[in-house]
Every structure is written in C-alpha cells, then in structure tokens.
Design a binder for this molecule. Sequence first.
Ligand code: XIL
Length: 447
Amino acid sequence: MRSLRTGSSLAALVTGAALLFTAPAAHAADTPLRDLAAAKGKVIGTAVTGSKLTGTYGDIAGAQFNSLTPGNAMKWGTVEPTQGSFNWTEADQIVAFAQAHNQQVRGHTLVWHNQNPSWLTNGTWTSAQLSSLLQNHIGTEVGRYKGKITAWDVVNEPFNEDGTYRSTLWYNGLGADYIPNALTWAHAADPAAKLYINDYNVEGVNAKSTALYNLVKDLKSRGVPIDGVGLQAHLILGQVPSSLQQNIQRFADLGVDVSVTELDVRMALPSDSTKLAQQAADYKSVLNACVAVTRCAGVTVWGFTDSDSWVPGTFPGYGAATPYDENYAPKPAYYAIAEALGGTTTTPPTGACTATYSVTSQWNTGFTGQVTIGCSGASLSSWKASWTFGAGQQITQAWNATCSQSGTAVTCTNASYNGSVPDGGSVTFGFNASWSGSNPAPTVTLG
Ligand code: XIL
C-alpha cells in the first residue's frame, strides 16, 4: 500500500476544458422519484434552466423527474424580445431534452403581466391591436410546440389577493374576456394540450382561490376550454395551508385537473437540521394532498436544487427552498417526496452527508480531481471517503486529505484540520492521478 501525504498541486497550470462528473450521492433514495410518481399515476416535475441541462444538473433532472417546466424560456420576453424576431433556442433545448428523457413538458406561460418584452409593455395599443397581438402570440407559441406540450399555463396570476381581477396590460386593455379568449386561442392551436390557469396564494381555501374557483366554474358552464388549475405553492416554512387538500378536491369536483406547479418552501437562512426537518414535513404534506386526490395530476418543484432557485434573489434573507442543496445532495425534503410517493429510503430522512466527485482538469497522462463532502441535516466530526478506480487510474498526490491506494481501492481520510463538516457546510479535498485509456468517474462512499 502506498501512502500519500498532503502536498500542493503541480498541475495548477494545466489547461483544457474542465470535466465535471458527480458520483451518485452515497445515500440517494433507492427508486427515482419519477418511477415512484409514475406508479401512482402522478407527475413529479421540476422547473429547469436550459443552459444547465448537462453534467450533474442534467443527470438529476433526467433521472428523477418525469416533467419539465421551462423556468423562463417560454415567457413572452424571452421568445420575442424584439417584435417579430423570435428566439426559441432555450425553449427548443428544453423540449428536446424532455423528449430524449421521456418527460412531459408544462408550457409556462402565455398571458402574464411580468416578463413581457418592453416593446409590448411600452407600446400604445388599441384594444383591437392588443387582442390581435395576444392571439398571434398564443397561436405562434402554442403552434410551434403543438403535440409536444402536455399542459400550458395559459393565464398566469390573473387575481389580486382579495379575489378581484389584477389590473394588468391585459385586463385593462381587454377586460376579463382576455381569459376565455386566450384559452380558446390556445385550444385552437393545440387541441390536445391541457389548458390551465395558474396562480399563487390559491393553495388554501381563501378569497383568491374562491375567485379562481368561481371563474373556472363560469368558464366550464360557458364551454370555454379549461382543463386545469395550477397552484403555484411558493410556500414559507411551516405554512402549508391546512385546507390544501380540501381546496384541491373542490376544484376536482368542478371537473378540472389540479397541478401543484411551482412548489418551493423557503426558510430564513441559514438552514439548520430543525428547519430542514420542518421543510421535509411541508413537502410531504403537499405531496400527500396531491396523492390523495385522483384529479391532482402531480407536483412540480420550482427548481430542484438550491443552486437554481429564484428564492434568494427574490426574497432577501430566504433560501434553501428546494429538495437538493447547492452541491446536489438530496435534502430531507427529497426523501419526504419519495416517501409521500410510496418509496422507502435507506437513509433516515433526517439528513445526510454526501460526497461529490469531479475531475477539474485532465491532460494526456494525468488529471486533477476533487471530492466535496457536503452535509445537509446532518454533520460529521471525521470522515473517510472511498472509491474504486476501475480503469487503472493511480493517485500520485493528494491535498487536504490523506489518501492511499491499494490496487484499485482508494481511501482518503480527513486532514487534522478538516474532519468537521457542519450541517449545511462542506469540505473539499483534491488529488492528482494518472490515467490512460479512459477515466470514468467512480462512486464515492462515505464511511
Ligand atoms: C420566476 C423565475 O424563476 C425567475 O428566474 C425569474 O427571474 C422571475 O420569474 N411565478 C411564476 C414564475 O409563475 O414564472 C416565476 O418564475 C416565479 C413566480
């Protein structure tokens, strides 16, 4: 056995594209969420950013979810930044990824008061012009993805908190008829797509959700194509409305589907194990409510990793709102989702520490790698990371850990100064190694 001590990297000047691989988390749940959801006839989705759909982010998005929602890529301001000049790049990319991974796509969103192009919001339009702009927009976008979108959030956020209509470009210019018109135009462009109205703070029974309820009832009675309501569910820790299931049920009883479309549960930062446990309970309540109602189609999380969440940028001081931490380690909320979908997890859902392996540079005979050990809802006072180098790789040097290799088996233990990994924290160590032929990423086990 060769023992290698802490030293400094001689490979600092190596150039070339950085390669990133992530070993599966040591304590990932046994069955992917999408398989658990499918067995219950439910959708488990995530909002995604198209440019990130490679590496670990792409691996998790593809493996764990059976539905994708473009977080921003299909909004009017993204697809038509200049009037008549379209940019479908990111939307196309997400749809192609979804098709390659046998996933549904939720189209989001066609008629909204936010993230519209400035040529539209700054223009002066007659009602007739506004109406035809909206009709063309819907026809163009829905038509482009005809047959590829399971459900469209046709109208987004039409109501005020008191249940009156929100004063927007659309309501002010076209009156409340913009809603049935938008639905009718979307239906003409893709008769198979399920058409939704989507809003926030409509998860429980309250004035706003009742206004939505009355609108859907009225639309149904008039024969307007409305298939579902989206409950965004941007929730605050410990504040899942107690009437959530009852509210889902009352919409279902109207004869429409219900989807939780943008679930996240934000907490005041920093996170700790108590908050993460509460967050897991909150995620579980939401999933349980959906599982309990046949017409609840499923749940989409608004970003699956804390590194791709809108929360910190929108609610200062809040974050940690998604089921995976910033290092892609599943949090207690992840295990809670799995359990609500009927899965069993091998790890107590109180938390986990996981190891992520990556190659940071590689050249013809050698490479530099690193392993990050991150804890969420758990902590470590010392650690040992082990893996198998199955393709003949050989460690030559390590830093911030003591590594030894015997045959194909590599074991690295903490240095004197970095054995402690706090809840919510991480430690990284690095190494140089030789390779030839191929350099597959191993799975790192913590023990
Ligand atoms: C958010 C995106 O996640 C952010 O990246 C963007 O800066 C603002 O919009 N309700 C919605 C979503 O319907 O479209 C919003 O998405 C979050 C609130």
